[in-house]
Design a protein around this ligand. Structure first.
Ligand code: BTN
Length: 327
């Protein structure tokens, strides 16, 4: 019903719509209309109201609610149910709480995270409306050791969606998206289940879309940035978000159908910032320098050591030697 109220307000553009008209059209009381208006306000919509004139939606706000995202989706499962929270501790943590009853594709989106989680116990800065913070619930019938493939699928999806905006981003295996040598997006894949039986996966994606200079401290500035800072342009977050979900559905179900992530891998290889470069790998506190050769068909990084030994790396912290040291 809340969505229907919003639709009517959107369709009447700058005109006021009376509470009476809304209540007649939707067949609910004026008190209910007032409650829905307040819910929309909680979602971030600016709605004016005057006793004799009714309600009017102020200019289109940049909001990532289901009402905004849903019309942009071409998916059957991914993002078909959206929980929109103007503020949350962490979308990954919140989704964990809904994972038992939630269906595959359930997506939590927030405008701000107070305890955004990064990989390896780090925090993810999540300033209000300066990024995209979302988590998708997946219940694939795969082995737990295959869960890392989902990170590759997600990285490919983000890269392809960015490309549709003319943004040429690169992938730093396994889970970072890099623009002009700086990180603009991170993926946090968390799984739950038993040793032999995967129950569900929570795929968290964080993108720095609108961070400004002053949002980044000196230390972070060297390594991280935002799409706005790097391109000088203002992109609509909802278009990018929907683009990612659309691409993800395509590549994810292709994987489940074919049991192969070859389509995603082709994107990951083509846009890799790691392959052919010297990389520093930190595993269990140990640091090694190797050459990144390729990605295996399971999405592992194939590296060659100074001794000529070739091995596959499943996960770990990888830095790439670039112009300004390692990123
Ligand atoms: C990384 O360390 O690069 C991964 C960052 C992942 C951040 C996203 S934001 C949405 C989701 N919720 C979280 O708390 N973290 C992920």
């Amino acid at each position: 019903m809340k969505s229907k109220v919003l639709k009517i307000l959107k369709n009447s553009r700058q005109e006021f719509v009376s509470g009476e008209k809304l209540s007649e059209e939707l067949g609910v009381s004026r008190t209910s209309i007032w409650k829905y208006i307040n819910k929309l306000r909680e979602d971030g919509y600016e709605i004016e109201s005057y006793p004799k004139r009714g309600y009017r939606l102020k200019e289109e706000a940049d909001i990532l609610s289901g009402d905004e995202i849903d019309p942009l989706l071409k998916t059957k499962a991914i993002g078909r149910e959206i929980i929109y929270l103007p503020e949350v501790s962490s979308t990954n943590e919140e989704l964990k709480r809904c994972s038992a009853e939630g269906r595959e594709g359930l997506t939590i989106i927030s405008e701000k995270q107070s305890l955004g989680k990064g990989r390896l116990g780090r925090t993810w800065t999540s300033l209000e409306k300066k990024g995209i913070y979302m988590s998708v619930l997946l219940k694939p019938n795969i082995q737990p050791q295959e869960a890392a493939k989902l990170t590759q699928i997600a990285a490919a999806s983000v890269t392809l969606a960015l490309r549709e905006f003319g943004i040429d981003a690169k992938i730093k295996w396994p889970n970072d998206i890099i623009l002009n040598g700086k990180k603009i997006c991170g993926i946090l894949t968390e799984m739950s289940g038993e040793l032999m039986q995967l129950d569900h996966v929570i795929l968290g994606i964080g993108i720095n879309t609108h961070l400004d200079e002053e949002d980044l401290n000196e230390e972070i500035k060297e390594k991280a940035s935002s799409i706005k800072l790097e391109t000088g342009r203002d992109y609509e977050r909802k278009m990018l978000l929907a683009g990612i979900l659309n691409k993800f559905e395509e590549l994810y179900y292709d994987f489940l159908d074919t049991k192969s992530i070859s389509k995603s891998l082709a994107v990951c290889k083509e846009n890799s910032i790691v392959l052919g470069r010297e990389v520093r790998i930190i595993r269990k506190g140990m640091e090694e320098i190797k050459i990144a050769l390729d990605l295996s068909e399971d999405g592992e990084l194939i590296v060659k050591g100074a001794d000529g030994k070739i091995e596959k790396i499943v996960s770990g912290e990888v830095s790439v030697r670039g112009l300004n040291g390692y990123i």
